[in-house]
Design a protein around this ligand. Structure first.
Ligand code: R5P
Length: 322
């Protein structure tokens, strides 16, 4: 039996929140989010939450700190108003790449964010393609990381060049590449990426045969586009055909990402709507994860299993790329 619940959203991605609410057959809960003149955040719930399940939908995408604090203040408002349980639905989890210390005198910001989320009274975290599975270990509360791979793979079917090689742009994404390969068919190639500075990377080796074949490069996120651009250069140097499709769960596209991704070999870039696309681009295809998130929430509210979600994603649920 589904418990009484209410869905609130922050301001990071109202369209996705509306899509999730629609998938659940409810309207988003009424709340007010404003800024004081000095930039401080003010939030207010405009409907009761006492004794109810609350779902707070808020991606911690850029502006990361503002969106994070909105999530925390909304959670605090729910906790102080006696919500029965607060689930944070964070389609994109910012600071996830800060999951380890790379040198001395550095923080582990992903761990700090986990502590803040728990301190705010959030009981459960639902996210999508968390950058690294071990981040779950920073939490004492349940964390469920959904994957958008079946949804994106479904949208890619029929749009992929024949004989494409699935390419992981670094060793961290090999399992995800294998999942795409399992769903779409085709061999996997792995690039060895080396960080040359805080923001610069270089590909040193291509492991796998890409000669005279088109490629699908996959990743969990595109931020500046640098990782994908370096991958394209390395693949073309290794003899790949200049026919490249890119798929990533989170499309942040910060700075001049589309300039960085300007190589004509890149035919299409598929991302989900976990983050609001900053600008429209001819080669961009957006696939909605709202049905996936709504289905996951339905399972959680009914006390069901999330593995049920991946048995098969029918075309109507996968969403057509726009
Ligand atoms: C790195 O470990 C991530 O999986 C992405 O490859 C990376 O964060 C993408 O960032 P950018 O687009 O700035 O290269």
């Amino acid at each position: 039996m589904t418990r009484d619940f209410v869905v609130f959203s922050g301001t990071s991605n109202p369209a996705l929140a509306a899509g999730v609410a629609e998938g659940l057959g409810v309207r988003p809960g009424s709340r007010t989010v404003t800024r004081f003149p000095d930039g401080e955040i003010e939030v207010r719930l405009d409907e009761p939450v006492r004794g109810r399940e609350v779902l707070l939908i808020q991606a911690t995408s850029p502006p990361v700190n503002d969106n994070l604090l909105e999530l925390l203040t909304l959670a605090d408002a729910c906790r102080r108003s006696a919500a029965a349980r607060i689930t944070a639905v964070v389609p994109y989890f910012g600071y996830a790449r800060a999951d380890k210390r790379r040198g001395r005198r550095e923080p582990i910001t992903a761990s700090l964010v986990a502590q803040l989320i728990q301190a705010a009274g959030i009981d459960h975290l639902l996210t999508v393609d968390l950058h690294a599975a071990q981040i779950e270990g920073f939490f004492q509360i349940p964390v469920d990381s959904l994957t958008a791979v079946p949804t994106l793979a479904h949208a890619l079917r029929g749009r992929m060049p024949q004989r494409a090689v699935i390419v992981s742009p670094d060793t961290g994404r090999v399992a995800m590449a294998a999942d795409y390969a399992h769903r779409l068919g085709g061999p996997v190639a792995i690039l060895h990426k080396r960080r040359t500075s805080g923001i610069e990377t270089a590909v040193t080796h291509v492991v796998g045969d890409v000669r005279d074949r088109p490629c699908l490069i996959i990743d969990d996120m595109i931020s500046t586009g640098g990782t994908i651009a370096r991958a394209v250069e390395a693949l073309l140097q290794a003899g790949a055909r200049p026919e490249i499709v890119v798929a990533a769960t989170h499309g942040l596209f910060v700075d001049d990402a589309w300039g960085t991704l300007g190589h004509p070999a890149i035919r299409e870039v598929f991302v989900t709507d976990s983050v609001v696309p900053v600008e429209s681009e001819r080669r961009l295809r957006i696939v909605s994860v709202a049905p996936l998130i709504a289905a996951a929430i339905r399972q959680l509210l009914a006390g069901g299993s999330l593995s049920e979600l991946y048995r098969d994603v029918p075309r109507s649920q996968a969403g057509d790329p726009s």
